[in-house]
Write a protein that binds this ligand. Structure first.
Ligand SMILES: [Zn+2]
Length: 94
């Protein structure tokens, strides 16, 4: 079963128990981060000037390699800020 399918089924569970509902919501939020999203080109000028090219679409923080610090930065498998799984496509093999 795919995570997206499990999330759909879980979000349809009806309960009047507040604790159970909180548990479901917490798990859905955690599962959402496992679904890869493609990094987006950064538009914030000061970050671009400092060598960043891509941002996390979930939290909008800079992710991936920084062209001025290639020894220390890489295309992260997860966003270092919010933990969202990132899909770098073919870039990860470069
Ligand atoms: Zn993020």
């Amino acid at each position: 079963m795919r995570i997206s399918e499990a999330m759909m089924i879980a979000s349809a569970i009806e309960t009047s128990d507040k604790k159970v509902w909180e548990a479901i919501v917490t798990l859905i939020e955690a599962a959402k981060k496992q679904e890869p999203v493609k990094p987006v080109p950064i538009k914030y000028e000061p970050l671009i000037r400092h060598g960043w090219e891509y941002g996390c679409p979930a939290c909008e923080k800079a992710v991936g390699f920084n062209k001025y610090a290639v020894e220390y930065t890489d295309n992260d498998p997860f966003c270092p800020s919010c933990g969202r799984k990132l899909d770098w496509g073919d870039w990860s093999e470069e």
